[in-house]
Design a protein around this ligand. Sequence first.
Ligand code: GLU
Length: 510
Amino acid sequence: MEREVRVRFAPSPTGPLHIGGVRTALYNYLFARRHGGKMILRIEDTDSQRFVPGAEDYINEALAWLGIGIDEGVREGGEYGPYKQSERRDIYRRYVRQLIDAGRAYYAFDTPAELEAKRAEVANFQYDASTRMQMRNSLALPADEVKALLDAGTPYVVRFLIEPGRDVEVNDLIRGKVVIKSDILDDKVLYKSADDLPTYHLANIVDDHLMLVSHVIRGEEWLPSAPLHVLLYEAFGWADTMPQFVHLPLLLKPDGKGKLSKRDGDRLGFPVFPLEWHDPASGNISSGYRESGYLPEAVVNFLALLGWNPGDDTEVMSMDELISKFAFDHCSKSGAKFAFEKGKWFNHTYLQNISDEALAELFKPVLRARGVNPDDFSDSYITRAVSLVKSRVNFVSELWDNARFFFVAPEDYDPKAVKKRWSADTPAIMDELVALLEAQPSFDASTLEPVVLGWISDKGYHLGNVMNAFRLAVVGECKGPHMFDITELMGCDATVSRIRKAVERIRIPE
Ligand code: GLU
């Protein structure tokens, strides 16, 4: 019988979720939904040294923003909780015991200083079959000494006993069968008595087993841990229900070789985090996709295609379409270049597709940040303003540069345009234009346009000069949407007062 699909996203709360982690979460989610399965969010916080306050909330908020739904987790609850590893100490203790009792793991009492000394003494020292009998552990020491050490509460770690000479097979849905020799593995620490917590490896395997995880979908950086994980499943006697591994291709620098890093984002000007992050220790702020004006749907679509394609060249896909098409046979083995320009294109495309009303809502915070109170304008005014300029922008924030004149009258006038379009006779022509505009019963673009153009032509004025002077007065520069769409929205009073102001202010260049 096919196993129920249960996947987990298992971040460690050691800082803001990186965009690569978001892609991992997304692929887990798409796969779960595609197969009618469950998506688990497990917080892997066994490394107290690296715990960062706020990181868990950040993860929840980022996934919620992107629409990556969680079925079981710390907030959602579920049958297999707790879903936070620091709350599962009792469970891990039991399984560590099981391995020790079965002779698959052992106590090691070596102090950090002793390990350091050994590393200095033996070139490429590895704690394994070749060295473990020279160390202070329960395999090398007499039983009564081990007992005495334990009774005295001596700090210890539990190490996994790796048998040399084994070929360890990892079956990966993207990479196929990967075989490695067990000799290269060291006796990994599974548990530390000092903090009564397991390490990542033990906790991860125990939880995947207990939470009935069917597929472990994670970044390629975890592939080197997979052979150890396979051996752990075997040691526990869980080989039959071992999850299927899926190691996702790395995200690479947009230019050149190597893994995508935060520095690439800083260097090339794109965020590597879903949401803005305020580092609690340094106070540094890192930019986020959300705050940079990306729509969550665009980020999802962009990320989905970094390492996967639907089998044809369809690019724009909603979450539902992604779900219906997602499969690992169209995932690439090789890394995916983080083509952030493509991300901008997706955002542009999605901005054109959302309703003008929704876009106006997104623009309101930008207006506020620029000192404009959106409540001073009607919703229909803001909506129409964004609709007139949206084709020019990739981001909501860019709406400001393109639409500011709808909200604030120009104070300055583009000097180049003034030089070219504003001459000694312009003020008189603008006065005439004001009189003409004030006499109009309607400011509808389709009504006003022929009236103004007819007047220019009747007077024998230069069309380009008059229209550009008009635009300069209203907009402050010689660009923007169709002039009569602008005047229709702004209405007679605002248009006329801007022309008057320009006539007063613009000095004709000598
Ligand atoms: N806690 C690991 C991480 O931070 C989980 C790796 C895995 O998915 O097994 O990514």
